[in-house]
Design a protein around this ligand. Structure first.
Ligand code: DC
Length: 229
């Protein structure tokens, strides 16, 4: 039996990846892997366990033993628990993003989380959201997307999201954080943030989520992936 199909959605933060991956998995009735959440939980687990984000050996141990549970809540939000403790909000802060990006640069941490990600490839199919889904984790995926947007536009979108959640962060500070995180994610030695050679690249800077979803669905239909599984 051939492996279940995977659609990968990669790109930097603030390009609408999460929303698109969520909608696509809902639409197709496929599983969803939010790989960024795994790195975020690893960062948060380090905070809880008293491990410094740059202590490669100790962080790897945390990643290997990560007791994480994802559950869907009634309002469609995904709840994330570490050792039974709800960390859903903590991992979504700017600090959570910094921790994730720091631990994600450690090669042995990436290896420790690899099998866990690949296990998510189950019938009828998987939509995988991240940075290296198409290049490393599911390099044989039949359909790959890479979403981009200017750093300024991503900072504005993130600013709006944070304001809606009641977090107050200045726009210039957000832009600086995004640029720093892009730099760290794109220049690391292992699985840097680059599009797969066979990825469809969509610049979302001036597109609405609807418009991006339309482009994505057109490619899904063209490849005959709708209704598969
Ligand atoms: O998608 P996100 O913002 O939740 O990801 C948080 C961080 O995790 C991001 O800065 C880089 C890292 N990450 C990664 O290295 N590889 C992935 N597949 C997903 C996320």
């Amino acid at each position: 039996m051939s492996a279940s199909p995977v659609i990968t959605v990669d790109g930097p933060s603030g390009v609408g990846k999460g929303t698109i991956a969520h909608r696509l998995s809902d639409h197709l009735g496929w599983h969803l892997l939010d790989s960024g959440a795994l790195y975020r939980v690893t960062g948060q687990a380090c905070v809880i366990e008293g491990v410094a984000w740059d202590d490669a050996e100790a962080v790897t141990e945390v990643a290997r033993n990560l007791d994480v549970r994802f559950t869907g809540s009634a309002d469609g939000e995904v709840l994330v628990a570490y050792k039974g403790e709800d960390v859903s909000d903590a991992i979504r802060t700017e600090e959570g993003g910094r921790g994730a990006s720091t631990v994600a640069a450690i090669p042995s941490v990436r290896t420790a989380l690899l099998a866990r990600q690949r296990q998510m490839r189950q019938p009828p199919g998987l939509v995988a959201d991240g940075r290296d889904m198409g290049t490393v984790v599911f390099s044989d995926a039949p359909l790959k997307f890479f979403l981009t947007a200017s750093a300024g536009e991503r900072a504005r979108r993130r600013h709006k999201q944070l304001i809606a959640k009641g977090e107050s962060v200045s726009l210039p500070r957000l832009l600086r954080d995004i640029q720093e995180r892009d730099e760290r994610d794109s220049t690391r030695d292992v699985a840097p943030l680059v599009p797969a050679e066979d990825a469809i690249i969509i610049d979302t800077s001036s597109l609405s989520i609807e418009e991006v979803f339309e482009q994505v669905m057109a490619a899904v239909k063209e490849r005959g992936l709708e209704g598969m599984g």
